[in-house]
Design a protein around this ligand. Structure first.
Ligand code: SAH
Length: 270
């Protein structure tokens, strides 16, 4: 099916994957349906795939059997390859003449370290291409019936990571400024530090009754959504990860807009 479709497309949009080059490709937040055509094109041509833990196995099985798959997962708390080692591996494989597909969950440039990896490739004079993907917190949230903007509620949205490279709440994030920047705050990698983050936002004047929607395993068959408030979010336990946390009034549209069949859990205290 895909081959017939590609035959009708302009070849210029689908350049050959040259040996000795690296493509940094976003795999989107879920299964194969959320890949771009360029990502599919890359999967069909690659010699080797170096992928994150967040890339679904359904996507990895799309590549031909001959393709070598290397897991370079980084998941909170678990031992994982160092970023520098991954970058060195990319460069070595490219220098060995491979077509290297670096496949990342979501979008490579959204909290995905794509900038660091592409920078290292540029420095090493390795030719590369970057293929954007649907990010979990931008685009992907449609799977939870959450528009990140809505004219009735917000003219701005801010994306923040709750986790820096040491695992701590990022010291460089100015939480009072985040609290004031936009009615809607989308947090990546923030489950562990949600109590600290919620306290900072409350201290900066965000309301305790503000809606907090936590979407775990978004766009996967085991997606689950937990609805709570900023005042209560600090007491949450056992939130499945990966999860995107959305703070703000767009939660009100979920009732009408959610269409993806998945489990909804309402957080009940007491
Ligand atoms: N580049 C990725 C983000 C990588 S950081 C993107 O654009 O989506 C990893 C974080 O992304 C996770 O901690 C979680 O907050 C979020 N994330 C990625 N995929 C997700 C998914 N399928 N469901 C929920 N959250 C996800």
């Amino acid at each position: 099916m895909a081959e017939a479709l590609f035959a009708r497309l302009d070849k210029a949009d689908f350049p050959p994957f040259e040996p000795g080059s690296v493509w940094l490709v976003g795999a989107g937040p879920g299964g194969p349906g959320l890949l771009t055509l360029l990502a599919l094109h890359a999967l069909a041509q690659a010699d080797v795939i170096i992928h994150d833990a967040l890339v679904s196995t359904d996507i990895l099985t799309l590549a031909p059997d001959r393709v070598e798959r290397i897991h370079a997962g980084k998941r909170g708390g678990k031992p994982s390859p160092k970023q520098a080692d991954i970058t060195i591996r990319l460069i070595e494989l490219a220098r060995a003449g491979k077509r290297v597909l670096r496949l990342k969950g979501g979008d490579p440039f959204m909290f995905g370290r794509g900038g660091e990896e592409a920078g290292a490739l540029a420095e090493a004079h390795i030719p590369f291409r970057i293929v954007p993907g649907i990010s979990a917190g931008l685009g992907g949230l449609a799977y939870a019936g959450l528009p990140v903007t809505h004219r009735e509620t917000n003219h701005a949205v801010i994306f923040v990571t709750g986790h820096d490279e040491t695992g701590a709440v990022p010291g460089t994030v100015n939480w009072p400024a985040v609290a004031q920047a936009a009615p809607v705050i989308v947090l990546y990698m923030a489950v562990r530090h949600l109590p600290t983050i919620a306290a900072q936002l409350l201290a900066a004047g965000r309301r305790a009754d503000e809606a907090v929607t936590i979407v775990s395993n978004l766009a996967h068959p085991d997606q689950s959504v937990l609805e709570t408030s900023l005042g209560e979010a600090g007491a949450l336990v056992d939130v499945p990860t990966p999860a995107i946390i959305v703070i703000g009034p767009v939660a009100r549209y979920r009732g009408a807009l959610h269409w993806y069949v998945a489990e909804v859990r309402r957080h009940v205290f007491g």
